[in-house]
Design a binder for this molecule. Structure first.
Ligand SMILES: O=C(CO)[C@@H](O)[C@H](O)COP(=O)(O)O
Ligand SMILES: [Fe+2]
Length: 216
């Protein structure tokens, strides 16, 4: 499978989202990654449904929403109404993950399960058959522009083995500190989808950066 790229809107210019989404639409990006933070699950607050609804009206790429909130199951129906393709919930934020994954599917979306850097991939052994994607955080969630946590490479390799052994169709996405030096190593380790915020949006040639990530 060719590498997919999901630019993270958190690093965009919030005073000119139209311009940045036009760029995403023109680019080779596969998805658009949206980070929702509640100030409880993570020590930061980002944006919520008013922004997602507005973005969904102009963005031609499927929306990949990353919920960094407690009890994300409260917002499954609301998320489906945005037209999102993928709803990612944190393993650490869900008490009944199996039920939540099935409710996401019943609402017509793909289900992604996200792991914090310190959560072992083995915690997903009994849900891996049911999920469409595992999102490995390669930074502690809450902020863009942080340094990549090196242990993620080992986690990707372990997860790749687990997915193969289970015969699961889950794809692997990595999020945090993805840039020129870390992206090729992640792809070599078995990552399918690269999320990248600062590296893309702070560049003078964001479309070119997306193209270079796609080429990996
Ligand atoms: O979920 C998060 C942060 O919590 C990410 O999606 C960031 O937005 C990635 O930003 P960079 O590390 O690529 O700057
Ligand atoms: Fe994210």
């Amino acid at each position: 499978m060719a590498t997919l790229v999901s630019p993270s809107l958190l690093a965009a210019n919030f005073l000119d989202l139209q311009r940045d989404i036009d760029m995403i639409n023109r680019s080779e990006a596969d998805w658009l990654h949206l980070d929702v933070m509640d100030g409880v699950f993570v020590p930061n607050i980002s944006f919520g449904f008013p922004i997602i609804d507005a973005v969904s009206k102009i963005c031609k790429k499927p929306l990949d929403i990353h919920f960094m909130i407690t009890k994300p199951e409260r917002y499954i129906a609301r998320t489906a109404r945005t037209g999102a393709m993928m709803m990612n919930v944190h393993y650490e934020a869900c008490t009944h993950l199996n039920r939540t994954v099935h409710e996401i599917h019943e609402a017509g979306m793909k289900a992604g399960v996200t792991l914090n850097p310190s959560t072992p991939v083995s915690m997903l052994e009994d849900i891996i058959q049911d999920v469409d994607m595992v999102l490995l955080m390669s930074v502690n969630p809450g902020f863009g522009g942080q340094a990549f946590i090196e242990n993620t490479i080992n986690k990707v390799k372990r997860l790749r083995r687990m997915i193969a052994e289970a015969g699961s169709k889950a794809v692997i996405e990595v999020d945090g500190g993805v840039q020129a030096e870390t992206a090729p190593r992640l792809v070599a380790a078995g990552v399918d989808v690269l999320v990248s915020g600062s590296y893309i949006f702070k560049s003078s040639n964001p479309e070119g950066v997306i193209k270079s990530l796609k080429a990996l």
